[in-house]
Design a protein around this ligand. Structure first.
Ligand code: ADP
Ligand code: MG
Length: 260
């Protein structure tokens, strides 16, 4: 959506990632590069490994082989000569705080107000003193159009509003990249638009985004790159006009014919 910079290290680099659950291989050699400011939309059938890929990027799952780096820095491990050593839990948490994650089911803290949901992470991580975190939270709620709901609890909001709070909460740590896992799949159809519109604003303002979604029209509108996954692999990727309108692989064509 915005001009990408090719001189800086990739914001996210996934290289040769394989991930198994027991005998079941869920990621089968995934390579993915996300450049600063780029909007990547990941498509693919259920079970193709999309969520696992996002969880590997965030180091919520550790891949069996391969590695992930963030701004050129390996995630979860430290290079020592030719070997890699596990980072401490604390160092991993610090890396994870540079990545925003927005889930299908919002995952807000039910016992906290909307304002405190957004302010919680900057305070808990020691990034900001409480008054500044609250001010930032107010600003971010304004940005997602919910300034007037700061004192409400999540259960008092619609799904679309809850998801907009979740996006504000992800922004509160000023992440270098935000990962979205089917952010509108749990919403009633009439609430999808307000969430997509907030994500579109982020894309336009140059935030680096990786979005798993089945909203093909939205992908066409905002993606710099569309990635199609099937069976734990990236089958094809490219600009939306190529992957969505002139897919090269039969599996991509088959998938698109079902969701379009
Ligand atoms: P997608 O998001 O594309 O639907 P997932 O990454 O969630 O796919 O899952 C890919 C495959 O891995 C599926 O077959 C799923 O059943 C399996 N899977 C996902 N998470 C686990 C887990 N924690 N344990 C075992 N199998 C899992
Ligand atoms: Mg999924």
């Amino acid at each position: 959506m915005t001009a990408t910079r090719h001189d800086a290290p990739a914001t996210v680099e996934v290289h040769g990632v394989h991930k198994w659950y027991g005998a079941h291989r869920v990621l089968n050699g995934v390579d993915l590069t996300v450049r600063p400011g780029e909007v990547t939309v990941v498509l693919g059938p259920s079970g193709s490994g999309k969520s696992t890929l996002l969880r590997v990027v965030n180091h919520l799952e550790k891949p069996e082989t391969g590695h992930v780096s963030l701004d050129g820095e390996p995630i979860g491990v430290r290079r020592q000569g030719t070997r890699f050593r596990e980072l401490s839990e604390r160092a991993i948490l610090a890396q994870r705080s540079r990545i925003g994650f927005v889930f299908q089911n919002f995952n807000l803290f039910p016992h906290l107000t909307v304002l405190d949901n957004v302010a919680a992470a900057p305070v808990a991580t020691g990034r900001l003193p409480k008054p500044e975190a609250l001010q930032l939270a107010r600003d971010l709620l304004g940005r997602v159009g919910l300034a007037d709901r700061a004192a409400a609890y999540p259960r008092q909001l619609s799904g679309g509003q809850q998801q907009r709070v979740a996006i504000a909460r992800a922004l509160a740590l000023r992440p270098g990249v935000i990962l979205f896992d089917e952010p509108t799949s749990a919403l009633d159809p009439e609430l999808v638009g307000e969430v997509l519109s907030v994500i579109k604003d982020l894309a336009t303002s140059g935030t680096t985004l990786v979005i798993v979604t089945h909203e093909i029209g939205f992908a066409r509108e905002i993606a710099d790159r569309v990635v199609f996954m099937d069976g734990g692999r990236i089958v094809e990727q490219g600009p939306p006009a190529e992957v969505l309108d002139r897919p090269r692989h039969a599996r991509t064509r088959d998938f698109l014919s079902k969701v379009l």
